[in-house]
Design a protein around this ligand. Structure first.
Ligand code: HEM
Length: 423
């Protein structure tokens, strides 16, 4: 697949290749994002394809072209199940998360139902509602002149968006957000055991909620939302059963919430340090859109994993055997200096090279137009109402995490207080 094949000695067994290309790597390391990216940049320069022997073991690709090639290979030798770095089921789906861990014809059927629901015109209908929600969350802290940005905005705003597009009750926002946050990241400062216990509890509560709601929604009149479409969707003549609906709902909640939250939180920290860039985004009506793309490139959260299902898939000159997993941190691909000079810098007027933040190939993010709309509304309303902010020196400092979706917690901001706007 690669333009830079590794020179594989012909007699070498796969175990010998693994030993030769071995450099262990922890996708859940307790490291700042930039430190992980620095390690991945060294790996890209020295071992564009490497083997990590940690845990169940996985191959790691880090270059833009290699990551793009891998994701495009989907259905042609690799599949996206399990889509978790360690091959574990971290968020508690019953079988496979739908549609991200489904491949082939079944996956195409899901996308046929979902794509129209997330088309630009369709998600555009939510704009007024989302703008009102954004301002409602800003109202919640603007008079105080300080906020916990993650809890006050970056988490609830995408949460309210998922509820709107799914047609779920806004009144359940707080518990949905809490469950998602615990399922994905455990509890703040929690030990592995505490996190496992908290995840177990969140999963039981979320399951109970969904299993109570699904029959209610089935019986209710249909509306113009994603839940209604999927309740009636037919796959080879059969509707989704409760377990499948559950696995789809878990994915919608996690995929739609954690990613936008992460980009908003990472960029809030960035703008606290670079107020001039906060203004530059809004210099002309044309500057905002490319700036958002550059921020998505710079703050890319997801880390997809693929599993080989053919006898072998040739990648970087190595025949990777059936069953092996290949890990593709998208943030590393988006910092490849081949396409992005000074890749760690946010440069709003880069010559555009489409970033990989939303993935590529059959699983390319279904929610990308919605995500872009959310980010635009969030930045516009935050900039209008909070033109200057800084990190709050009296609050805990930001804490970054890696894993399935990289992000940052404890983003406490301080700013000039302003008036509430909504009744
Ligand atoms: C900044 C925000 C977002 C980013 C960076 C992002 C990124 C991604 C990526 C990289 C994938 C593909 C993963 C893979 O190939 O394994 C994906 C898939 C997906 N995303 Fe997003 N996403 C974002 C927001 C959203 C939103 C707002 C929603 C919906 C409310 C959403 C729903 C989905 C779904 C359903 C899939 C699975 C698509 C499939 O398997 O066909 N995402 N996203």
């Amino acid at each position: 697949m690669s333009a830079r094949p590794v020179d594989v000695p012909t007699e070498e067994t796969i175990e010998e290749t693994k030993a030769r290309l071995r450099r262990d790597y922890d996708p859940y390391a307790d490291l700042p994002i930039q430190a992980q990216l620095d390690g991945l940049a060294r790996r890209r320069a020295q071992l564009p394809l490497s083997w990590s022997g940690r845990g169940n073991g996985c191959w790691v690709v880090t270059g833009y072209d290699d990551v793009s090639d891998l994701l495009r290979l989907n259905n042609r030798g690799v599949v996206s199940f399990p889509n978790e770095p360690d091959g574990a089921n971290a968020v508690g789906s019953r079988a496979a998360m739908i549609p991200i861990e489904i491949d082939g014809a079944e996956h195409r059927q899901y996308r046929r139902y979902l794509d129209p629901q997330f088309a630009p015109k369709k998600v555009g209908l939510l704009e007024d509602h989302l703008r009102e929600q954004a301002n409602r969350f800003i109202d919640g802290f603007i008079e105080a002149g300080r906020c916990d940005f993650v809890e006050g905005f970056a988490l609830p705003f995408p949460g309210a968006t998922v509820l709107a597009i799914m047609g779920w009750p806004l009144a359940d926002l707080e518990r949905m957000n809490r469950w998602t946050s615990i399922l994905l990241h455990g509890v703040p400062g929690g030990t592995m055991e505490e996190n496992a216990q908290a995840r177990g509890r969140a999963h039981v509560e979320f399951s109970a909620y969904m299993l109570e709601k699904i029959p209610e929604w089935r019986a209710a009149p249909r509306r113009d939302d994603v839940t209604s479409v999927m309740l009636d969707a037919e796959f080879d003549g059969r509707k989704m059963d409760d377990n499948k609906l559950f696995d789809f709902f878990v994915l919608m909640m996690t995929a739609g919430l954690d990613t936008v939250q992460s980009v908003l939180s990472q960029t809030a920290v960035y703008f606290a340090h670079h107020p001039e860039q906060w203004d530059r985004m809004f210099e002309t009506p044309e500057t905002l859109e490319p700036a958002i793309e550059e921020l998505l490139r710079w703050a890319t959260p997801p880390v997809p994993t693929r599993t080989v299902v053919d006898d072998a898939v040739r990648f970087q000159g190595v025949d990777i055997p059936r069953g092996d997993r290949i890990h593709a941190p998208l943030a590393a691909a988006n910092r490849d200096p081949k396409y992005y000079p000074n890749p760690d810098e946010v440069i709003f007027d880069r010559t555009p090279k489409p970033h990989l933040a939303f993935g590529v190939g059959p699983h390319r993010c279904v929610g990308l137009h919605l995500a872009r709309l959310e980010l635009r509304i969030a930045f516009e309303e935050l900039h209008r109402r909070i033109p200057r902010f800084e990190l709050d020196p009296d609050a805990p400092a930001p804490r970054e995490h890696l894993g399935l979706a990289w992000g940052v917690e404890d983003v406490h901001l301080r700013f000039e207080p302003g008036p509430r706007e909504l009744a």
